[in-house]
Design a protein around this ligand. Structure first.
Ligand code: NAP
Length: 352
């Protein structure tokens, strides 16, 4: 795709776990350049390199080191804002940026569920972006708008559910997660709580995973998004793994299927980002593995640069119809990569 000039990106929550991933993924990006960084009062007014506790095992890009960090208030010197703020802070900050004329692409949960805000996974529901004009009208936005991506546990799940819904229909879903420590941001869970241990509670997580898939797999009807009717039951656990959320899933389908048909539906899944060859799109969004002990966090989270969902152990279930295990990289496909792919889709659709 020909892109005339690079869009200038501002990152809210730039010093955090997701913000750092975004900065890394945006280095040498063909559509975007980072021109503004924002974080809390703690960081405001200082050079990014002096306040960011950089935790990625790659060097901080030179281009951002000297950027002065601003507070999370408009205006910022950019054309579009990508937000990875804690949700309580995001609610006010993101609305303020949208009202001030900035397209806001958000990782936070604050605006995922309103029916006039698209919750987008570009392979699944790019058409939900068509709700933006109604959103602008409802909220009195002029050039600004809000686009969100799902929770880091929802995204792996919904990447596997979408091909099954398309091929067979979905009746019910049960999911038990084993979620990485990096999902809690930095410094996250205390080491005394997570080493040699499993925490069987992640605040708010089950509630999000029980509603977000239905919205993503729902339909844009007139000026609102109507969720699909199937039910999701989720149990979420924090485990001592650095990155990558593993999920054990059981599904009840509307139509009968064989294991081979399920494998085929998952393996052949593809969407608009692949068709458009968006820079961050994985060539294979869902990868099926057949070894009896895969997927595993260490071996599979980085598939397709962390943008693929890897599914394995697909078999018939004795209570539901099928069961399988999946893994998705929580800070890449579950956060920074999800937002970046949404931003690339917005460029491709002429909305940025
Ligand atoms: P994090 O590591 O704790 O980073 C939080 C960021 O927000 C930092 O840049 C911090 O700036 C900034 N911040 C905190 N309080 C602020 C305030 N009062 N005003 C302005 N900025 C403030 O968190 P994270 O893991 O990156 O998560 C960020 C968001 O993404 C959350 O909503 C989270 O739920 C969501 N998310 C995270 C993941 C994941 O895997 N980690 C996945 C999906 C979605 P300072 O450094 O200046 O304090």
């Amino acid at each position: 795709m020909a892109v005339q000039s690079k869009r200038r990106v501002g990152i809210l929550g730039a010093t955090g776990t997701v913000g750092q991933r975004l900065i890394h993924m945006l280095r040498n990006h063909p559509y975007f350049e980072v021109t503004a960084l924002a974080a809390s009062d703690r960081s405001e007014g200082k050079r990014f390199a002096d306040v960011c506790n950089w935790k990625l095992p790659v060097e901080m890009p030179e281009a951002v080191k000297g950027i002065k960090v601003f507070g999370c208030k408009p205006p910022l010197d950019c054309d579009v804002v990508i937000s990875s703020l804690p949700s309580d802070i995001a609610a006010e900050a993101e609305a303020a940026f949208a009202a001030a004329g900035f397209p806001v692409i958000s990782n936070s949960s604050s605006y995922r569920m309103p029916e006039d805000v698209p919750l987008v996974v570009p392979e699944i529901n790019p058409d939900h972006l068509d709700v933006i004009p109604a959103q602008k009208k409802n909220r009195g936005y002029d050039r600004g708008y809000l686009v969100t991506n799902p929770n880091c546990t929802t995204i792996g799940l919904v990447m596997a559910l979408a091909p099954l819904q398309q091929a067979f229909g979905l009746e019910a879903v049960m999911m038990t997660s084993m979620q990485a420590i990096s999902g809690a941001g930095y410094p996250g869970v205390a080491s005394m709580d997570i080493v040699d241990n499993v925490m069987p509670f992640i605040g708010g997580e089950e509630e999000k995973v029980e509603v977000e898939p239905q919205k993503i797999l729902g339909k844009l009807t007139g000026s609102k998004i109507v969720s699909a009717p199937f039910k999701v039951s989720a149990q979420c656990n924090r485990v001592p793994v650095q990155d990558g959320h593993l999920e054990s899933v059981r599904v009840k389908l509307s139509k009968q299927a064989t294991v081979e048909q399920v494998v085929e539906a998952l393996s052949n899944f593809t969407g608009l980002p692949q068709e458009l060859k968006l820079p961050t799109a994985p060539a294979r969004p869902v990868i099926v593995r057949f070894e009896k002990d895969r997927p595993q966090p260490r071996l599979d989270r980085d598939a397709e640069n962390g943008m693929a969902t890897v599914v394995g152990r697909i078999s018939k279930d004795t209570i539901f119809d099928f069961k399988f295990t999946l893994i998705s990289h929580n800070t890449i496909r579950g956060a920074a990569g999800a937002a970046l792919l949404n931003a690339e889709l917005l460029v491709a659709k002429g909305l940025l």
